[in-house]
Design a protein around this ligand. Structure first.
Ligand SMILES: [Zn+2]
Ligand SMILES: [Zn+2]
Length: 277
């Protein structure tokens, strides 16, 4: 049984974990929120919007909880860009027809907009690292949805340059995926039971400034030779899942995929939390 001190401690831990303001918009959250402890197998059976609601409800106000647009078909079979016309079947987008991609396909949880955009900013720039766990869970559900049959051997996060890593203190993407092997072992819902996380598969040797606002050609030029494979022996013959927070033009993950394929990766798959459209 918990004594008074224990209860107080539990309350302060709870307050720290579930503050009363919305992580996305800063508005007051009227009802006290508790984590529901939903497990991945249960969440995987839900529609993405319902799973988002369930996973994020300790962190968001009621308006932001519904301000979420999952990426859904029809989409580009290669890069995962959602199409505006809802009547089409999946097909290749113009960019994937004209520009060869080194990854097999890229998929994302939701459109980079609304509450998710604000959450990602809070996570990266306001040190809301408590979001690593729910974000990691959302991405894991998407991994099950798209890649449970892809026979993934290794998962790697797009690396930050050493200088960026030092100033931020953490690689936001790596924090999201580091619990995946435990989740896979515990739930047995992925075919990739031997899947491991490779924390330093790639090294970023160019400290590119933010790519926001740059056109496609400039982004590609900036990214050229930005990454090197640190341990080619850990890549050769492997199916690699490359994870990043946001897919904007795809130039970052494409450059990573290019060096991984050159290091003889069997296949490169991409998953991001958000997709700019
Ligand atoms: Zn809100
Ligand atoms: Zn495409």
């Amino acid at each position: 049984m918990l004594g008074e001190a224990g209860l107080r401690l539990r309350q302060s831990v709870s307050d720290a974990l579930f503050p009363k303001t919305c992580y996305a918009c800063g508005n007051f959250i009227p009802v006290e929120r508790r984590a529901t402890g939903a497990n991945p197998a249960e969440l995987a059976g839900m529609p993405p919007k319902a799973a988002f609601y369930r996973v994020m409800h300790p962190y968001l106000c009621p308006a932001c909880l519904t301000d979420y647009a999952p990426v859904d078909t029809p989409l580009c079979a290669k890069c995962g860009e959602p199409f505006k016309s809802r009547a089409d079947a999946d097909h290749l987008c113009g960019d994937c027809i004209t520009h060869k991609k080194h990854f097999y396909r890229a998929r994302a949880c939701a459109v980079y907009d609304g509450a998710l955009l604000n959450l990602i900013h809070a996570y990266k720039y306001q040190r809301r690292i408590g979001l690593a766990k729910p974000f990691g869970l959302l991405m894991y559900l998407e991994f099950i949805r798209h890649y449970s049959d892809a026979d993934i051997d290794t998962v790697a996060a797009v690396p930050l340059h050493q200088r960026r890593l030092r100033s931020r203190g953490y690689n936001q993407t790596f924090l999201m995926i580091r619990r995946w092997p435990q989740m896979t072992r515990k739930n047995g819902i992925s075919s990739s039971s031997r899947m491991g996380i490779d924390a330093d598969m790639l090294v970023r040797r160019k400290n590119t400034a933010t790519q926001t606002g740059l056109d496609r050609r400039t982004r590609i030029k900036n990214m050229k030779n930005a990454f090197v494979v640190k341990h080619p022996d850990r890549v050769a013959g492997k199916n690699v899942l490359l994870v990043d927070d946001v897919y904007t033009t795809g130039s970052t993950v494409e450059e990573c995929a290019r060096v991984l394929v050159r290091a003889r990766a069997a296949g490169v798959f991409v998953l991001t939390l958000a997709r700019a459209v």
